[in-house]
Design a protein around this ligand. Structure first.
Ligand SMILES: Cc1cc2nc3c(=O)[nH]c(=O)nc-3n(C[C@H](O)[C@H](O)[C@H](O)COP(=O)(O)O)c2cc1C
Length: 337
């Protein structure tokens, strides 16, 4: 039976943005309803796209029905294999580069027909046809690729939020084990680029995943008027955003590590999380760029006190140093003097 509007969860927007997490434990026995997948894809379809060219496409895969599953599974990065096998659906997000070269004209025409492309903003048919569109269409593939992958990212972001609103868990999963493998598995033509895979399912972990994951501080990311002048966050605004659910309690919430271990035991996997060496943890937790709250600091201290941390792989120091220097980074911050 078709779903009715009253049955579609419709939580407040900022709550959904705050609730979104990368979910990595899925219930292998629960399938996501078709209507939810449709709602997720519809949300992606209505993401903004340049000139209305509709460059984002997808293949929705279910392990049970997909004939090329085994081949596809071989492409999943090692740390995503459990995720891929236990989720309900995987959406293979694709970027169609032909959209840029083939649909620029028609896309803009649809905007004009819709009353979106107007003379007010200087649009003019002759100029568009002799200057703007030919110029855009003569972009090299690499430039088009960059522009359209960005667009696919927007569509995927809307899909992630829609799925979160529907009470589902989501994780973007790399399929990096076999470069070009996904394209080959599906026999995609060269214009059809595999951009990312997206696992969807009912979360087996708490949907809050032990709290919101720490980010860099607001004023380290956002600038005012010029680059390098921090844009300050108003604490009163943050406080209101906390009330509407956008800003939430930071991970790790109490019970998170017990939860992970219980899940590991249930599926016969190794318990525990990965840790970094003591010196690295101390350096990180004192790094003022990060928005560390008391819980994550306490966790770092607890780990340091446990003394069960690995050693830094000295043989790798030179590699890290070389790569950072190649990119003009001050290695002293990350590697010491
Ligand atoms: C483009 C992209 C690719 C990602 N790939 C993976 C992945 O392959 N495996 C994984 O476990 N998480 C992956 N993630 C999830 C991030 O690691 C996650 O967003 C991060 O841990 C921050 O946590 P949060 O999303 O819960 O805030 C990916 C996220 C993005 C945006």
């Amino acid at each position: 039976m078709a779903i009715t509007a009253a049955e579609i969860p419709n939580p407040p927007f900022f709550q959904v943005v705050g609730d979104r997490r990368a979910i990595r434990y899925f219930d292998p026995d629960r399938k996501v309803e078709d209507w939810k997948i449709q709602a997720i894809l519809q949300s992606a379809r209505y993401a903004s796209c340049q000139g209305n060219i509709n460059a984002t496409e997808a293949i929705v895969v279910q392990k049970e029905t997909c004939e090329v599953w085994d081949e596809l599974e071989e492409c999943v990065s090692g740390f995503n294999i459990q995720l891929a096998n236990q989720c309900s659906h995987i959406v293979i997000w694709l970027t169609n580069l032909h959209a840029w070269y083939g649909r620029a004209n028609d896309g803009l025409s649809t905007l004009a027909l819709s009353g979106a492309l107007t003379k007010y903003h200087g649009w003019n048919y002759e100029f568009s046809m002799t200057q703007t569109i030919p110029r855009l269409m003569s972009f090299p593939l690499e430039r088009t690729d960059l522009l359209l992958r960005f667009e696919t990212g927007l569509a995927v972001s809307q899909a992630l939020l829609a799925s979160t609103a529907l009470g589902l868990g989501n994780c973007l999963v790399a399929f990096g084990r076999k470069p070009g493998g996904v394209e080959k598995t599906f026999g995609l033509p060269p214009n059809m680029k595999f951009t990312w895979a997206h696992a969807i399912g009912y979360p087996l972990e708490d949907p809050k995943s032990g709290g919101q994951r720490v980010r860099l501080k607001y004023d380290r990311l956002f600038n005012k008027d010029v680059y390098g002048t921090p844009l300050e966050a108003d604490p009163a605004v943050d406080s209101a955003l906390r009330e509407v659910g956008l800003l939430q309690e930071q991970a790790p919430l109490p019970g998170r590590f017990e939860e992970i271990d219980a899940l590991a035991e249930r599926f016969g996997r190794d318990p525990g999380v990965v840790s970094w060496p003591e010196k690295e943890l101390k350096r990180l937790i004192n790094d003022d760029d990060w928005d560390f709250g008391p819980r994550i600091k306490a966790r770092a201290e607890e780990l340091i006190a446990s003394g069960e941390l690995p050693d830094y792989p000295e043989e790798m120091r030179e590699t890290f140093q070389r790569i950072m220097e190649e990119h003009g980074l001050d290695t002293r911050k990350f590697l010491g003097e």
